[in-house]
Design a protein around this ligand. Structure first.
Ligand SMILES: Cc1cc2nc3c(=O)[nH]c(=O)nc-3n(C[C@H](O)[C@H](O)[C@H](O)COP(=O)(O)OP(=O)(O)OC[C@H]3O[C@@H](n4cnc5c(N)ncnc54)[C@H](O)[C@@H]3O)c2cc1C
Length: 495
């Protein structure tokens, strides 16, 4: 059963749903009801394409300056890659983006303003590592204690941090070594520099598969270095540790009630400035206006902000056509492949065994595992990120076979109790029409140096938002907020 199906069941008021469940579903229903019903306005100052976090933040900034704005969203909900899922007992977990950490100030400030609070990811106790040979080891910290990879891992992370410290996050293609770094993959670099090449490639995939939905051989080294450089803010340089760590890094905290509460609350305030079920299929622009054509009708405006995932921009008919460099950039930006698989237990039983619920495995369906229990630990939830090559192997299986592989992986880490969840749920993002992958669009070699400068370049009346256009925390909720704020400032300056 997919999350979408569960959500619809809840909206119909399933008898088994608890009070908390109904409260969350009821809130989303009330937000949907508050959005624009009936005809779209014929004219506004700004149309925002996409009601994910980035588009909603942009619209909020435009509205705050007294300009008329309309968000047109293809789905019947807001939030895009943020999607809450209510478990049978009423607790909420996330099917999409969830974690926040230090230097992600923009999403944290917005959430605080919306009254959505964070709680710390559970980290007490030991993490579990399952080696390629099936050997189980307990450890603390970020890197599993495999003596065969430790030295290579330390050297690689040191090098990546050094390279990232030299990058201009606004224009990574200007680094003197940009061409060299963009001519190879992260995998090529590892093969060239590591002693235990296979070992470190396999270990680093436990970072790239959840982080990019891709493997080291699919990612340009320059793109990866830039991504690390972006994992910070204006005051703190991005580092691998800020990106990959739980404590002190991007996985440090989650939102009480689920991250989708943030876009839902922003949309609630925007009210009739949001139109759902309004997929944009064509954008015309001329010397005095732009016309955005949607499945609910056309809207004429002065400026447009496009805030949908890069590959989806190519599905829109553009008159005039997109500039060649932007078209080429979007053609080369592929969504990662990632799904989240969650098993629910009556308690987080691993905690009593002194385990944090975090794990890394060299193979199988549970390569990167987190404790995904709600704040009050009313149930225990184990989460496996199934991404990249692991998605290719398990994400494409029938659900029953994937579930079996995921539960067996959890059992290898946390014992046989893991085989008997009270609930199992998953969300397969590459199958989502309006996202088509997760968590982010990635770049292979040759993309960033050839086409990167087009990433934020406005096209006439059209400006670009979406997390992929951010200069800090691109790929993350924080980047989505930042990109929305920047695009709003661009159009406000032109109105
Ligand atoms: C499984 C997963 C795990 C993640 N983990 C984290 C995490 O832990 N922490 C973190 O910070 N981030 C995480 N992310 C990434 C984070 O969710 C995204 O960076 C962020 O939500 C992107 O927001 P956005 O507004 O840029 O894009 P989106 O959320 O993709 O919003 C784009 C919107 O555009 C709409 N749209 C598309 N085409 C059209 C069209 N033609 N017309 C109208 N509307 C259209 C879509 O329906 C969508 O609502 C994760 C994402 C996923 C999926």
């Amino acid at each position: 059963m997919t999350f979408e199906l569960d959500r619809r069941t809840l909206f119909r008021g399933g008898a088994a749903a608890g009070l908390a469940t109904l409260a969350v579903a009821g809130f989303e229903e009330s937000v949907t009801a508050a959005t624009l019903q009936g005809s779209l306005p014929s004219h506004v100052d700004v149309v925002v394409v996409g009601g994910g976090l980035s588009g909603l933040v942009a619209a909020r900034k435009v509205a705050a300056k007294g300009r008329s704005v309309l968000v047109v969203e293809a789905r019947d909900r807001v939030g895009g890659r943020l999607l809450n899922h209510t478990l049978k007992g009423g607790a909420v977990i996330e099917a999409g983006g969830a974690f926040v950490g230090p230097t992600q100030d923009h999403i944290k400030a917005l959430a605080a303003e919306m009254g959505v609070h964070t709680f710390k990811e559970y980290v007490q106790g030991k993490n579990v590592y399952i080696s390629a040979q099936g050997k189980k080891q307990l450890y603390t910290g970020t890197v599993p204690p495999d003596p065969l990879v430790l030295l290579d891992a330390a050297l690689l992370l040191k090098q990546l941090d050094k390279f990232a410290s030299e990058i201009n996050v606004d224009a990574p293609w200007t680094h003197p070594k940009a061409a060299e770094w963009d001519s190879m993959t992260l995998g090529d670099y590892i093969r060239k520099n590591a002693v235990n090449k296979a070992g470190i490639l396999n270990l680093i995939a436990a970072w790239t598969q959840p982080g990019f939905g891709a493997d080291p051989d699919q990612l340009s080294l320059l793109f990866v270095i830039h991504y690390i450089a972006c994992s910070g803010n204006e005051a703190t340089k991005g580092t691998f540790e800020l990106n990959a760590n739980t404590t002190g890094g991007a996985q440090e905290s989650r939102f009480i009630g689920g991250s989708q509460l943030v876009p839902l609350k922003v949309a609630q305030r925007l009210g009739t400035r949001v139109a759902l079920d309004a997929a944009v299929h064509r954008i015309d622009q001329g010397s005095t206006k732009a016309i955005v054509k949607t499945s609910r009708g056309n809207v004429t405006c002065k400026q447009v902000i496009v805030a949908c995932p890069p590959p989806l921009v190519l599905d829109i008919d553009w008159y005039p056509q997109l500039p060649a460099q932007r078209h080429a950039l979007l053609t080369h930006m592929k969504m990662g492949r990632l799904m989240k698989c969650d098993a629910v237990y009556s308690t987080p039983f691993w905690r009593a065994d002194g385990l944090s619920g975090s794990g890394v495995a060299d193979s199988g369906a549970t390569r990167t595992v987190f404790d995904n229990s709600p704040n009050d630990a009313s149930v225990g939830v184990l989460l496996s990120f199934v991404g990249g090559a692991t998605w290719q192997k398990y994400g494409t299986l029938p659900q029953a076979e994937r579930k079996k592989a995921v539960l067996e992986g959890f059992a290898q880490m946390f014992g046989p109790k893991a085989l008997k969840p009270i609930e199992y749920t998953e969300h397969n993002w590459p199958h989502e029409t309006w996202t088509r992958g997760a968590p982010v669009a990635v770049m292979a070699p040759g993309t960033m140096t050839a086409f990167g400068p087009a990433i934020r370049r406005p096209f006439g009346r059209v400006h670009w938002a979406g997390t992929e256009t951010s200069t800090y925390w691109t790929g993350y909720m924080d980047g989505a907020c930042r990109a929305g704020e920047r695009a709003a400032a661009e159009v406000l300056a032109k109105l």
